[in-house]
Design a protein around this ligand. Structure first.
Ligand code: R5P
Length: 280
């Protein structure tokens, strides 16, 4: 088994390789003078390879396609896409729009694809090979337990995050509830308060991803008005676009914890223990 890490998942690939006691292959990722991407796997290419590469930026997809093509001599190619960008465009919302997650899935030529808490499970059907979504909620649960919080309460900022909150709540035996969100525009949401008594409790807001931080910032504001104690944010995918981190700390968050599906300063929960089990 050879582990190959794309440029978006170098740290995670190294951690997985360490868990599996194998080396992560040396690759070159540079650019041609005209800006086109140059990718090369420097080491010998094995018969069975696992490529780990999140799609965060558009160029990450090109690097992934290049890595897959470089492994054409391999008998088996597994592809791990810990964060699959465009997965929120899983349907046609308006006439003339693409189903972007399908467009991306169609380009992946592999024997098996693994994703992590993908935004919409039906996206898996768009891959032409077997595709498995891995649930990392237990890692979030373990992190919450390690924080040793005061009367913790898990809150999903909207109904979409309810399933994840419920899973974590069952895993660590902590109560959960949710807020009701209405999206006004790309980065503006209003949230109707539910009847949750948060007074004096430490709150863990949980969602599959934090993008602009709009949903969470508004949730923090509402929970603070209701005299919650400390508010922590947990997510699988820390997209944290634009000034999201600043926005969240300005809103009063105590801390932000996320997995390394996207490698950022907030990615203190590694997916490597779970992913290495599947890859083996
Ligand atoms: C929505 O469908 C996702 O689960 C998140 O709630 C959303 O992406 C968060 O976006 P933002 O951080 O921009 O409010």
């Amino acid at each position: 088994m050879q582990i190959i890490g794309g440029p978006a998942s170098q740290m995670l690939a190294s951690r997985i390789a360490r868990e599996l006691n194998v080396n992560v292959s040396l690759c070159e990722f540079t650019k041609f003078p005209d800006g086109e991407l140059y990718t090369r796997i420097v080491d010998d290419i094995a018969e069975e390879v696992t490529i780990i590469q999140s799609i965060v930026k558009d160029s990450d997809l090109i690097n992934l396609l290049q890595l897959i093509d470089s492994c054409e001599s391999s008998k088996r190619i597994n592809v791990v896409i810990p964060y699959m960008g465009y997965s929120r465009q899983d349907k046609r919302f308006k006439h003339g729009e693409p189903i972007s997650s399908r467009a991306i899935a169609n380009t992946i030529n592999a024997d098996c694809v693994f994703t992590v808490n993908i935004h919409e499970k039906s996206t898996l059907d768009y891959f032409s090979c077997k595709a498995i979504d891995i649930d990392a909620s237990s890692l979030i649960g373990d992190k919450i337990v390690s924080l040793d919080l005061e009367k913790p309460l898990l809150i999903a900022p909207d109904e979409g995050a309810l399933e994840l909150a419920k899973k974590v709540s069952e895993y660590i035996d902590v109560e959960f509830d949710y807020l009701e969100k209405t999206r006004i525009s790309g980065d503006k949401v209003t949230i109707k308060t539910k009847k949750i008594d948060v007074t004096g409790r430490d709150i863990i807001l949980i969602d599959d991803m934090i993008s602009t931080g709009g949903t969470m910032a508004e949730s923090i504001r509402i929970l603070s008005e209701q005299r919650a104690n400390d508010v922590y944010l947990m997510c699988i995918h820390p997209v944290l676009a634009k000034n999201a981190v600043l926005r969240l700390f300005n809103a009063g968050v105590k801390d932000i914890f996320a997995t390394d599906s996207i490698e950022s300063a907030q990615s203190s929960i590694s997916l490597s223990p779970i992913l290495s089990n599947y890859i083996l």
